[in-house]
Design a protein around this ligand. Structure first.
Ligand code: ZN
Length: 330
């Protein structure tokens, strides 16, 4: 995998405080925004990889995986620099919520951010300039959070340019059971849209979520990051062979999920990752007397990357989405 030149790479404020062979906890602050990054610098020169967790504050798999990865990683053995941010969205994380209670904004809709904006916009600006802009690649560790059940997968934007090709390489190297390819355009406001606009390859994970960090997910994330680092030449070893079981293709925008048309209690009849045919009863919404208010059917054949886990629903809440299974190359 090719690496960016220093000419293109943005030089962040912390660059000269790196310590070769060490992991240095580094407090990044600008105006009201603050985040702790763990900067691991190897003995050898090499690419810069940025690893983000808890962009949504109720997704615990990323922070757990990053903590375990940092515990087992010998910084001196790295070629290059790893920027690991276990908890990007600290206000949301402290509140146990997906979104930041200071402004109720979804941080993953705020990029590139605004230094003079709301708390989430300031945080997005800080992460964008200090953690993503300097990187040669970005891995953003998400899951279904409390509200959704997500399939264990690695996603990337299947763009017809160099960043798209290198994102695809990273997705195949990561080794999750499912690779989800998203045809362009990439929806705006994401860490990944910021990265890709700058030519920085980007992949992200999804996983079951549910306010936990199950072992299979954490193991997949840790191994996936290590495999990506091998593919980038940051860790020694042969380029990892692909080992996914499925390839999916379709839009991954959770703002466009099939939504509740009624308030009530949702019960799902299928799980994340399950294959359905058009017309399959996916779930239903009942009232407090158990009467069915709405039945939700699959609008097409496909597979479900996400389905709602939390029973309480309000009109407009996302319930599930469908994408297509494809064979071979996506
Ligand atoms: Zn998320």
């Amino acid at each position: 995998m090719t690496t960016a030149t220093d000419a293109r790479r943005h030089r962040p404020s912390w660059w000269d405080a790196r310590q070769v062979g060490q992991v240095v906890p580094t407090q990044l602050t600008d105006r009201d925004a603050s985040v702790t990054a763990y900067i691991a610098t190897g003995n050898a020169e090499g690419p810069v990889l940025t690893l983000l967790g808890a962009v949504h504050g109720d997704e615990y798999e990323g922070p757990v995986a990053i903590a375990e990865l940092l515990a087992m990683l010998a910084a001196s053995a790295i070629s290059g620099t790893l920027i690991a941010v276990p908890v990007v969205n600290a206000p949301a994380y402290e509140a146990g919520r997906r979104t930041n209670p200071q402004d109720d904004k979804d941080l993953a809709r705020c990029f590139p951010g605004d230094r003079n904006g709301t708390p989430s916009e300031q945080l997005a600006h800080l992460i964008a300039t200090e953690c993503i802009a300097p990187a040669d690649a970005l891995i953003d560790l998400h899951s279904g959070g409390v509200a959704l059940d997500g399939a264990l997968l690695i996603g990337y934007a299947a763009m017809d340019d160099d960043a798209g090709a290198r994102s695809r390489e990273l997705a195949y190297a990561f080794g999750a059971p499912v690779i989800w390819a998203h045809p362009p355009p990439m929806p705006p406001g994401r860490t990944g849209s910021f990265a890709l606009e700058r030519g920085i390859p980007f992949v992200y994970t999804e996983a079951t979520g549910g306010g936990q960090a199950d072992r299979a997910t954490v193991a997949c994330f840790i191994e996936g990051v290590q495999r990506a680092m091998v593919a980038m030449g940051m860790l020694p070893g042969e380029s990892p062979a692909p080992r996914h079981r499925e390839i999916w293709r379709g839009g991954g925008n959770t703002d466009t999920m099939v939504a509740a048309g009624e308030d009530g209690l949702f019960r799902a009849f299928v799980s994340a990752g399950q294959v359905v045919s058009r017309g399959t009863l996916v779930g239903e919404i009942v009232d407090f007397q158990g009467r069915v208010r709405e039945r939700l059917f699959a609008p097409s054949d496909g597979v479900l990357p996400f389905i709602r886990r939390t029973p309480r629903v309000r009109v407009g809440d996302g319930l599930f989405m469908l994408t297509q299974r494809v064979g071979g190359d996506a």
